[in-house]
Design a protein around this ligand. Structure first.
Ligand SMILES: NC(=O)c1ccc[n+]([C@@H]2O[C@H](COP(=O)([O-])OP(=O)(O)OC[C@H]3O[C@@H](n4cnc5c(N)ncnc54)[C@H](O)[C@@H]3O)[C@@H](O)[C@H]2O)c1
Length: 266
């Protein structure tokens, strides 16, 4: 007989969250989880993705590499919903042409990744935190990656920027700790999203990738969203300036360890 697992629920009624990159993948799951818990949610995404937006969902088209777009997203969120309690910096790219050793990297690809994955997080945080300082409260979550903690061949830009996303969260967390603002980062392992599906073959296929995680599978976007909701809740009130790995044990598994026997992911 299976044992009870317990349940968790969140009440985010009245709270306002701004999420970058909400049109798909982890960002979409984070938006949906906040909406399901009663929050008002805005998302800035480079894609125009608002079919029939709900009353409590504000869909903003914009490019997070532009400080103007980020400032506008914060202003529109506050003006639509009356405040800003949560910022989730999530929008990032990892274009196929970026999977090269550093001596083959191109300036155009490098710059675009820096502008979105690093500077974009800064611009949104800059304007969101300015508002949170006036409010005296807020939570910022930077979506980082397992690739911030350890590296691989062919990721000379993506991985180092993901490490910087953790240090951004630590620095902002320390800076604003006495202002009622907590800042954390989340480092997912491989999560089933369009970004990962696009590079699955480069990573050896699904079974191979799943097997590198001690839990034996790729994660779901909802599992990352669940961690974000917890970190943004009062249950995480003593957590700031740190990183949470949501990675099925990937980070603990040494490269020297015997691989697990392969099993099909079904
Ligand atoms: N999927 C994974 O396995 C995985 C693992 C570790 C970390 N991450 C991180 O999680 C985050 C989300 O990843 P994902 O897999 O859901 O990616 P994804 O490619 O599926 O979604 C990214 C979203 O960001 C948007 N976006 C891209 N550039 C933008 C810009 N300039 N301005 C605004 N929006 C923009 C895209 O339109 C898209 O909606 C990223 O920060 C990624 O680095 C993902």
């Amino acid at each position: 007989m299976s044992r009870p697992e317990g349940t968790v629920s969140y009440d985010n009624r009245g709270r306002v969250a701004l999420v970058s990159g909400g049109s798909q993948g982890i960002g979409m799951a984070v938006c949906q989880a906040f909406l399901a818990s009663g929050a008002h949610v805005a998302s800035i995404d480079i894609n125009s993705f608002c079919g029939n937006p709900a009353e409590n969902f504000l869909c903003l088209q914009g490019d997070t590499s532009s400080e103007d777009d980020c400032q506008r997203a914060v202003l529109q969120t506050v003006s639509a919903f009356g405040g800003l309690d949560i910022l989730v910096n999530n929008a990032a790219i990892q274009p196929p042409d970026s999977y090269v050793p550093v001596h083959q990297s191109t300036q155009a690809s490098w710059q675009r990744m820096v502008e979105i994955n690093f500077s974009g997080y800064t611009w949104l945080a800059k304007h969101a935190i300015a508002h949170m300082l006036r409010q005296g409260s807020g939570v910022v979550v930077n979506m980082s990656s397992g690739q911030a903690h350890r590296t691989a061949r062919g990721v000379p830009c993506y991985g180092p920027i993901k490490a910087a996303n953790i240090l951004q969260a630590m620095q902002w967390g320390v800076e604003y700790a006495r202002n009622g603002i907590r800042v954390v980062s989340v480092s997912p392992g491989a999560i089933r999203t369009p970004l990962v599906e696009a590079s699955l073959q480069q990573q050896g296929g699904e079974m191979e990738l799943a097997n590198r995680h001690p839990l034996g599978r790729i994660g779901n976007p909802e599992e990352v969203a669940a961690a974000v909701l917890w970190l943004c809740s009062p249950a995480a009130s003593f957590i700031t300036a740190t990183d949470l790995q949501v990675d099925g044990g990937l980070g603990a598994f040494g490269a020297f360890a015997d691989p697990y026997p392969k099993q099909s992911p079904d």
